[in-house]
Design a protein around this ligand. Sequence first.
Ligand code: CTP
Length: 426
Amino acid sequence: MAGKRILLIVGGGIAAYKACELIRLLRKRGHGVRCVLTSSGARFVTAMTLAALSEEPVHDSLWDLKDETEMGHIELSREADLVVVCPATADLLAKMAGGIADDLATTLLLATDKPVLAAPAMNVRMWLHPATRRNVERLRGDGVTVMEPDEGPMACGEFGPGRLPEPEAIVSAIEERLNTPFVPSAVEARGLGTVPGARTSTSLSANGKAGPLANKHILVTAGPTHEPIDPVRYIANRSSGRQGFAIAEAVARLGARVTLVAGPVSLPTPAGVERVDVETAREMAAAVEAALPAEGAVMVAAVADWRAEEAASAKIKKGASPPALALAENPDILAALARSSERPRLLIGFAAETNDVIAHAQAKRARKGCDWIVANDVSGDVMGGAENRVHLVTAEGVEDWPRMDKRAVAERLAERIAETLTKAEA
Ligand code: CTP
């Protein structure tokens, strides 16, 4: 991607120091960065640091006469290709959602005709508060990309979602956003036509998302399931969830509304994806059913085929001989969905195989009643790793894809999904 101009609004919070790393990474990738520092942001990082890293003047006041003569604040909001708010505090998100413009940063955000991406960082309770949930929902409805914060221990000593996503993840989200066609929502809403220089979008969904999958709901399952034996032990498998998460992210980037039903994995929620965490196969089956209807479903989860017939309610103590483990079969979520009256138009299964990959996948496609099987050759180090070697098995035949990064597999599959779902409509 050729160098773009980013207007970076630095909010107030302990994570503001990570904005410095973000500037460094963006510049390394050839992008220009101009910073706006809020008054609370200035309590955590200095204008001097931002100016030194960006090699551009830093703006911090609406009333700076020198700035106004050299570059008015409206112009500042328009000269960028993308406006990034990092860290986006609860207060900044609330002001953005409410259209408040009481300082330079919020005035620019209201005046801009460019896409806006916010990387939130705040205490977990603030993030989960209904007011913040409402504000995030509203901003997403307005077409703002609000990233999901990371989960983990926080500076305030609590644990949960609210940590600023890592700078590398913010850079990826920025580049993805820059690659997405954009129509300024205010212009759309008022029917004012296209502003000179604005890129036009193919379609814009009800939730403000653009792309070929706008207005489509795609359901993705990912990760392993854990089937309890007793309160401390469980049956599991080696699935990392990476491939499923990458697919959820890729279809969301193409504009889809995405529900990601995730087994127990420690992966951040991709931007723009609604995540439902589950533990067991039966919970996953219920979450899938609750998420319907959907136009497409990609079942990537490595669902445990069996569970302990009866999980012990107390820890099983070591006795003279090992206990016998009676197993019961879990529901086959994919096969059940294929038979359901709410079967998605495009139903895709994954098949992890170590031998006779294609033959097993073809048999599985017929047995499960899905449209495509992505056959996953797990004979090497694929399980839990970053790369994948897949074959796409459809009614028309078999496509062999070269060994590639799980993200690349996800992008290629997302494009195929978009192509098929839009073709079916035409
Ligand atoms: N799957 C599912 N529910 C299950 C088992 C599998 O939805 N209880 C889905 C997986 O998400 C995947 C596909 O079915 O999309 C194939 O999974 P796999 O484990 O390869 O299939 P199995 O039927 O378990 O076949 P095998 O005997 O090869 O394990």
